[in-house]
Design a protein around this ligand. Structure first.
Ligand SMILES: [Zn+2]
Ligand SMILES: [Zn+2]
Length: 281
């Protein structure tokens, strides 16, 4: 038996695309015997979000409230959310951290706008979670579903994937983030397109950046629910061990049932790789 990490720093509520309210997530965390919980709803802001071909789908799925086009207009909404978490922590006498999972975009001005926004927000930490695919200019973007539709254009798909890893590296170097989420989430497209042994050079340079900038990485059990394997795969976990990067187990819970899910599997993978360096606030 391994010691099981008794907390999660990666969870979502109905504030973004989670299925349960903050209150319900806290009740469940207590039930599980968690010592603390990090609430990390999405922060996805891109100036041309409404022009993204993926946006139409999100509107149809009534998920458009997770994707925004301007920092200023959402500030009160995010400020209220932070306050809500602080108040509930007091009321429940339970340690809650205010986090956000941020999609890192690279067009001119984005990072400055993000920093202005963050300066007005009472938060504790940021997770780098990149879900979108774009090119150098970053004028628009597509989601992973649309990336999967590019299977007939392998050259373009590879370009998007390569760029995806280089954006991850940039995000890590920005100094904004505490840890990196679901590093090989692109495997969702299919292992024949971005399997464990592919894009190794790109993946290693992401890991080198984590090591150099002292940023952590999550071992996420969400992958088990999506592709039947942890994010990241064992090959990457071994590279993490070599570099002594701090790891944290995540469930990326979008509902109470997913909180703490399969943490034993993640702990076994960490122990098998001989990882001792853990991230803890
Ligand atoms: Zn994510
Ligand atoms: Zn997430």
């Amino acid at each position: 038996m391994h010691n099981i990490q008794p907390f999660s720093y990666h969870s979502h509520t109905t504030f973004s695309d989670g299925k349960n309210t903050l209150e319900e997530m806290v009740v469940q965390a207590k039930k599980l015997g968690f010592t603390e919980l990090g609430v990390s709803d999405h922060l996805i802001v891109h100036k041309n979000t409404k022009q993204s071909p993926s946006y139409k789908i999100w509107v149809e799925e009534k998920r458009e409230n997770t994707f925004f086009s301007d920092f200023k207009s959402i500030l009160p909404f995010y400020q209220n959310h932070c306050e809500h978490i602080r108040k509930l922590a007091k009321k429940e006498n339970f340690k809650l951290y205010v986090g956000f999972e941020v999609d890192y975009f690279t067009y001119n001005g984005w990072e400055d706008e993000l920093k202005d926004f963050l300066a007005q927000l009472d938060y504790d930490y940021l997770i780098s979670g990149n879900h979108m695919f774009f090119d150098e200019k970053c004028e628009t973007y597509i989601d992973i579903g649309m990336l999967g539709n590019l299977k007939s254009d392998r050259v373009l798909m590879n370009e998007y994937m390569r760029h995806h890893f280089s954006v991850m590296k940039k995000a890590i170097e920005s100094g904004l983030f505490c840890f990196l989420a679901h590093m090989d989430y692109v495997r969702k497209v299919g292992d024949e397109y971005c399997g464990p042994k592919m894009f190794m050079q790109e993946k290693k340079s992401v890991l080198d950046a984590l090591q150099k900038n002292n940023v952590g990485i999550e071992i996420s059990t969400k992958g088990l629910r999506k592709i039947g394997d942890l994010y990241p795969c064992a090959e990457i976990i071994n590279e993490i061990a070599k570099r002594k990067i701090n790891v944290v187990v995540s469930d990326d819970a979008h509902s109470i049932n997913e909180l703490g899910a399969d943490f034993d599997v993640a702990e076994k993978a960490i122990s098998d790789a001989g990882i001792k360096c853990r991230l803890k606030f």
